[in-house]
Design a protein around this ligand. Structure first.
Ligand SMILES: Cc1ncc(COP(=O)(O)O)c(C=O)c1O
Length: 436
């Protein structure tokens, strides 16, 4: 079928799907499936996207969980276009460019005091890779090698070999040897009991054993909210417990803000809910609002300075060709402005409250086991993955795109969503549930 109006002009849907089926290898998808089944998108505006048939959807997956400012934001488009014309990029191992210093300075202003040195990469996984490398090399540089990393079994930090090795999620199991020792802390309680004082006590005990038993860890590496692990909200105070354990053992506290960072949870960073300062923080997704691949890792001067002792180059032996890409830096600067001007973090807190209130009645349904949320991350957990799949399909048929992680359905709209969008999201999820 061909479409002759607007941005879909000349798009042959069947031809598009056929081409995709034949030539595109979709990540994290069964062979010969997702390209043929999912929506094929052409454009987006605000919190809506449009497919080849001209149909609009409310995007409650926020692209790949990364849209903060929404689609076609004029300030982001202008920033990208301007920088692209001026200078797309330059090799940061031999020189610099204007936007990279500006973004690094802005990040130092957004992050807690002491976090002032930033390395730029292209994806959350690369930030994880670099963070683990830096933690290991930091200890080697100090002449006291440490290798062990303590993390959540249900954590997800990306898909490079090193990043996948951290996670205990079944889909992340490595096919080869173990590159370094990892202690993975399983959840002692189901998600609905975890965000309570009892959950805090149980997780405190589990992390105490993990950190204190065995050789001192190089780092404790966690997300402030388990994203791929099922949108699991962690108990208030857990990050303070981890900060204390790291202080006692010297381990670096590495917090993965790839998903939570830049307003998603209703605070600038997920760790702001607990008021802690990590030794190293990884960021991606919201930093460029999904407009360009971009990621960052910020650490302390102490960690940075330890690299002067590296025997080969007296610095970090790590970097990517397009890390700190000038256009991505320019977009990130525009994202920071939009976050501030449109008060998107405050809005995520307020609208997230409405979203959660709207979804909580779903708990009365016999097939739902939990409804939870923090800022604009809302999770409806079903007893069975099949129920979650049916909910997602029912919502898509009604024009709302949701994300599924096993038995969990996650609603993660762009931060620029408004009250009407939240009402539509709640209404459609309720209808999809009623139809089960
Ligand atoms: C918390 C967290 N860390 C790291 C990653 C990996 O980021 P990327 O997919 O950009 O490599 C993700 C991706 O979903 C994530 O949610």
């Amino acid at each position: 079928m061909s479409h002759t109006n607007g941005e879909n002009a000349g798009v042959d849907e069947e031809r598009t799907r056929e081409r995709d089926r034949r030539h595109v290898w979709h990540p994290w998808s069964p062979v010969r499936k997702s390209g043929a089944d999912g929506p094929v998108l052409v454009s987006g505006e605000g919190y809506r996207v449009r497919d080849t048939t001209g149909r609009g959807y409310l995007d409650a997956m926020a692209s790949a969980m990364n849209s903060s400012c929404g689609y076609a934001h004029p300030a982001l488009l202008a920033a990208a276009g301007k920088q692209l014309a001026l200078l797309p990029h330059f090799d940061l191992s031999v020189g610099s460019h204007l936007p990279v210093g500006r973004v690094a300075e802005r990040l130092a202003g957004l992050l807690p005091k002491g976090l002032e040195r930033t390395l730029f990469v292209n994806s959350g996984s690369e930030a994880t890779e670099a963070a683990v490398r830096i933690a290991h090399d930091h200890w080697t540089n100090r002449g006291e090698p440490r290798e062990r990393i303590v993390t959540f079994a249900a954590g997800y930090h990306g898909t490079t070999y090193v990043a996948q090795h951290l996670s205990g999620l079944p889909t992340n199991a490595l096919y080869g040897g173990e590159p370094f020792p990892v202690t993975r802390v399983g959840s002692p309680l189901p998600p609905r009991e975890l965000r309570t004082p009892a959950g805090l006590a149980a997780l405190t005990g589990a992390f105490e054993s993990a950190v204190l038993d065995g050789p001192p860890p190089a780092a404790v590496f966690v997300e402030p909210l388990l994203n791929v692990g099922g949108g699991v909200v962690l108990p208030a105070g857990l990050l303070r417990v981890l900060r204390d354990l790291c202080d006692r053992t010297g381990a670096l506290l590495i917090l993965d803000e790839v998903f939570c960072g830049f307003g998603r949870t209703g605070r600038m960073f997920g760790f702001d809910h607990d008021g802690v300062t990590p030794d190293l923080v990884t960021m991606s997704k919201g930093i460029s609002g999904g407009y360009l691949p971009f990621a960052a890792l910020t650490t302390t001067e102490e960690v940075y300075a330890s690299f002067a002792a590296d025997p080969l180059i007296g610095g970090l032996r790590y970097g990517h060709t397009t890390g700190g890409h000038a256009v991505a830096c320019a977009v990130a600067l525009a994202v920071f402005d939009v976050l501030e001007e449109q008060k998107l973090t405050e809005s995520a807190a307020a609208l997230g409250g409405h979203l959660l209130d709207g979804l909580l009645p779903m708990l009365d349904h016999p097939q739902i086991s939990d409804v939870r949320g923090l800022g604009l991350v809302a999770t409806v957990e079903c007893h069975r993955p099949e129920t979650a799949a049916a909910l997602v399909a029912g919502a898509a048929a009604r024009g709302v795109l949701l994300r599924r992680q096993g038995p969990c359905v996650m609603a993660i709209p762009p931060l620029i969503i408004d009250r009407d969008g939240i009402a539509e999201l709640v209404h459609v999820m309720g209808q999809a549930l009623a139809d089960l």
